[in-house]
Design a binder for this molecule. Structure first.
Ligand code: PEP
Ligand code: MG
Length: 874
């Protein structure tokens, strides 16, 4: 028979998956002989069984819970519902990884009309007993029965008012007794039955409520953000209550072995005398700093310090502990590895190595790669954030915090930005025409599009904060307003975006600049020492390349050459090339483009100081580049000396039904080989030029969207003929290579064949994901939300590599490609290249490098180190 319930003394630290972090730690502390109020843990398997059984606790699990309860009563010498010395418990969630504040908790369970008298007797404190009872009725009603707390707060506040009292603590036992009576009446009115008096019923219902809370919207959201599988379930910890509200020798608080904000090695925390845990969390009363406990009760303080030191050494990590002092006696209610800011994480990791507590490798593993994000972008002031109002939620497309005035078009954003005040560009979705507006904006908000939408990719590249796909936002560009959840904003109104959480706030929220301390550099240095994967960047211009170089990029893994034409003075010739009808017209446009391309490549090579630079040939999904408005078509017609109607007709004829599967990538060069010729010329001439100046650039020419070996062969012949001739003419020596992206499933399937021509592979996992799932990159954002709601997906496959499907293709392509071309260089340049979890996967399948946007380079470096420490490459 499956064992679903474990007494603390029956378990240990290694049982985290089964008992959750909190349960495993309570067991471990019990084993270490620490003063832990005893109890038991209902396993995560019981939670999954609860869902399997149609959200009910089956008889077997119920029996095991009640048996464990009985055992715990024996251990504590107290009995449920007793009128002399009643046993009361707390019921708390505890998942495998901590999800603070996401699930439900119930305290003082076991109180009823009899037990409250028992509690009054045993404590000699009726006020305390009735205070506990009214807290329990409120909490049980709220969490288990889903009765809004306001029903009880109303009664409570009315009582205070009628008694002319300000502080809760001034209510007498008699007042509280009356409040309890009124609470019970209100409960019956709302539920049609009496407040449950059988503690066993209370307990089973509370366990059920905690299981149910695993599926609440907050928890689901948290899981999606942190990619935690729904299948894990939560455990439930039932623990004997100890009371911090038994008078002046009692208290409760939270303490950390080090400062979680700064990492400083100093005991840190807060506590309240004569209070229960919820008072500390709810901020009703202002707690005292923990240092004062040393004066208030030196004996307890000393004991607590000894315990906390022991716990930190035991877990080799900063601990976050909840404690209660009951009439001068210390109890530890839980311990866990404390959440911390990125800065604190770095300082703690480095200090612990210096203290001899951790090795460098262990320290590296203590810092979450994605936490570094916060060090690279400004963030909101946590205090200001508490007061801010969330108006909607979108995808956390590009991290950072931005506050600014709303602008609805890129032009307006540019105009408004001129006065020096920050702007937030709000669009349904962005296109290439918005680039300049995006570049001057502090943040970008779109109502459509996913994690690889134009807005998301470009904003990440720029390091600009972006919330994408906020579907509740209804933009009315003509009226210069947007509406969301009953709020209305017009041009110039302030809003704030948190690109790290996807939250959108109404009004201004204060931001603080991120600072990169010396610890950051030190940890990166260690990470570099232990990683096997190289880290490159996706950069299309020297400015981004420089930023990436400073962040430690070892080359460019993807230069999207079409992006080099986003700026307004450049887009003209580019559009001219697209709409050209004759080879002459196209040649004219290409002649205008060539010097610009060459100049850009010189800039990129220089910025990368000799590291490899992969230049991808044109891959414009045409719809992103075509002029849309008549005005723009007119302008282009004028530039090209064409008739408006004729050009309009051409533009119309170029519109595609499925642009993402349309005339892009290698297909464009198959139709117009002169494009490949021009680009080869620019790549090679630029390399010859910088190498003449003493550098040693080895350009890598990358052909996109290849699905068939003959496509690659056709283009490669043009590239090689053009390049070799230029090199020969120059009299210089120059090495270069020609490779391809693996982004069409067919190319992955035929990688052995493709590798006969391709000298390197780079996985374009944006397209590979799109085409493997058959999900349009541009549209998936609109329906994937339903996939998360219905638990079909935990996370966005455009953000984290789908290891089972897309990953299988990748793995196969790596193996088959290298079977043809031994030791073949292989990388990834899709958005996944900066996602820690995907980086680990790339390490495992043997890629040579990952390439990501500049601001994710440090994250990828750290993730690569994690991967190699956990699973060293031979
Ligand atoms: C990809 O498809 O993963 C890729 C990097 O190319 P793009 O996003 O430009 O299509
Ligand atoms: Mg692609």
């Amino acid at each position: 028979m499956t064992k679903y319930v474990y007494l603390f003394r029956e378990a240990n630290q290694t049982m985290r998956n089964l008992l959750g972090g909190k349960g495993a730690n309570l067991a471990e502390m019990t084993n270490l002989g620490m003063p832990v109020p005893q109890g038991f843990t209902v396993s995560t398997e019981a939670c999954t069984q609860y869902y399997k059984d149609g959200r009910r606790i089956n008889e077997e699990i119920e029996k095991q819970i009640l048996d464990a309860l009985h055992e715990t009563e024996k251990i504590t010498g107290k009995t449920f519902g007793d009128n002399e010395n009643p046993f009361l418990v707390s019921v708390r969630s505890g998942a495998r990884t901590s999800m603070p504040g996401m699930m439900d908790t119930i305290l003082n369970l076991g109180l009823n009309d009899v037990a409250v008298e028992g509690l009054a007797k045993v404590t000699g404190n009726p006020r305390f007993a009735y205070d506990s009872y009214r807290r329990f009725i409120t909490m049980f009603s709220d969490v288990v029965m889903e009765i809004p707390k306001s029903n009880f707060d109303e009664i409570f506040d009315a009582k205070k008012e009628s008694r002319g009292i300000e502080e809760d603590t001034d209510l007498t036992a008699e007042d509280l007794k009356e409040i309890v009576a009124s609470f019970k009446v209100r409960y019956k009115e709302l539920e049609g039955e009496d407040f449950p008096q059988d503690p066993k019923d209370q307990l089973i219902n509370a366990v059920k409520a905690v299981f149910r809370s695993w599926d609440n919207p907050r928890a689901n959201y948290y899981r999606r953000m942190n990619n935690i599988p729904y299948e894990w379930g939560t455990a439930v910890n039932v623990q004997a209550m100890v009371f911090g509200n038994m008078g002046e020798t009692s208290g409760t608080g939270v303490a950390f072995t080090r400062n979680p904000a700064t990492g400083e090695h100093k005991f840190f925390g807060e506590y309240l005398f004569n209070a229960q845990g919820e008072d500390v969390v709810a901020g009703v009363r202002t707690p005292k700093p923990i240092s004062e406990l040393e004066k208030d009760n030196p004996k307890v303080y000393k004991q607590f310090r000894e315990i906390s030191d022991k716990l930190e050494k035991h877990y080799k990590d900063m601990q976050d502990m909840e404690f209660t002092i009951e009439r001068g006696e210390l109890f530890i209610l839980q311990t866990r590895n404390g959440k911390r800011t990125a800065q604190a994480a770095l300082k703690i990791a480095i200090d612990m190595v210096e203290e001899g507590l951790l090795t460098e490798q262990e320290a590296i593993l203590k810092v979450e790669p994605k936490a570094l994000d916060a060090l690279l972008h400004p963030t909101f002031d946590p205090e200001a954030l508490k007061a801010a109002e969330v108006i909607t939620q979108g995808l956390n497309a590009s991290p950072g915090a931005a506050t600014g005035r709303v602008a609805f078009t890129a032009d307006r954003a540019a105009e408004m930005a001129k006065d020096g005040l920050p702007v937030i560009l709000v669009r349904e979705e962005t296109t290439t025409e918005d680039i300049e507006g995006m570049a001057v904006s502090a943040g970008v908000l779109t109502s459509r599009g996913g994690m690889t939408s134009h807005a998301a990719v470009v904003a990440r590249g720029m390091g600009t904060c972006c919330v994408a796909g906020a579907g509740e936002v209804k933009v009315n560009e003509a009226a210069k307003t947007f509406k969301v959840n009953g709020h209305s904003f017009k041009e110039g109104d302030y809003i704030s975006l948190d690109g790290s959480t996807g939250k959108v706030y109404g009004g201004k929220v204060k931001t603080v600049e991120a600072s990169v301390s010396g610890d950051f550099a030190k940890l990166m240095e260690w990470a570099d020492k232990y990683r096997a994967l190289k880290v490159r960047t996706n950069a299309d211009n020297p400015r981004d390349a420089k930023v990436a170089y400073e962040f430690g990029a070892q080359g460019i893994g993807l230069c999207r050459t079409e992006h080099m034409f986003f700026e307004s003075e450049r887009i003209g010739p580019f559009r001219q090339m697209i709409v050209s009808k004759t080879p002459e017209e196209r040649a004219e446009a290409l002649n205008k483009i060539l010097p610009m391309q060459k100049e850009d490549f010189v800039g990129l090579y220089k910025a990368m100081q000799g590291y490899p630079v992969t230049i991808r040939f044109l891959d414009p999904p045409l719809h992103e580049f075509l002029p849309h408005e008549d005005e723009e078509i007119k302008e282009l017609a004028k530039e090209m000396g064409l008739n408006f109607d004729e050009l309009k007709h051409t533009v119309e004829s170029l519109k595609e039904s499925n642009p993402m599967l349309g005339h892009r990538g290698v297909r464009l060069s198959i139709t117009y080989p002169e494009i490949a010729k021009m680009q080869t010329t620019a790549v090679i001439q630029a390399a010859l030029e910088v190498n003449k100046g003493g550098m040693n650039v080895v350009p890598e020419i990358m052909i996109p969207l290849v699905g068939e070996i003959k496509e690659l062969k056709y283009i490669k012949e043009i590239v090689v003929a053009t390049a070799d001739e230029l090199i020969k003419e120059s009299g210089q020596k120059l090495e270069y290579s020609v490779g391809t992206m693996i982004e069409i499933p067919r190319a992955a399937l035929l990688a052995d064949e493709i590798a006969t021509e391709a000298e390197f592979f780079s996985f374009g996992t944006n397209d590979l994901t799109q085409m493997t799932f058959g999900f349009s990159r541009d549209d998936a954002g609109t329906f994937l939300a339903d996939y998360y709601d219905k638990k079909i997906f935990v996370a966005d496959p455009f953000a984290h590599v789908d290891q089972r499907g897309v990953g299988k293709l990748m793995k196969m392509a790596v193996e088959n490609g290298r079977a043809t071309r031994e030791g073949m260089k292989m990388g990834i340049c899709g958005e996944h290249g900066g996602d820690p979890e995907s980086v680990e996967f790339c390490h495992e399948i043997g890629l040579s490098y990952v390439s990501c946007s500049p601001f994710r380079v440090p994250i990828a470096r750290l993730a690569a180190a994690h991967a190699n420490i956990k699973n060293p490459r031979k």
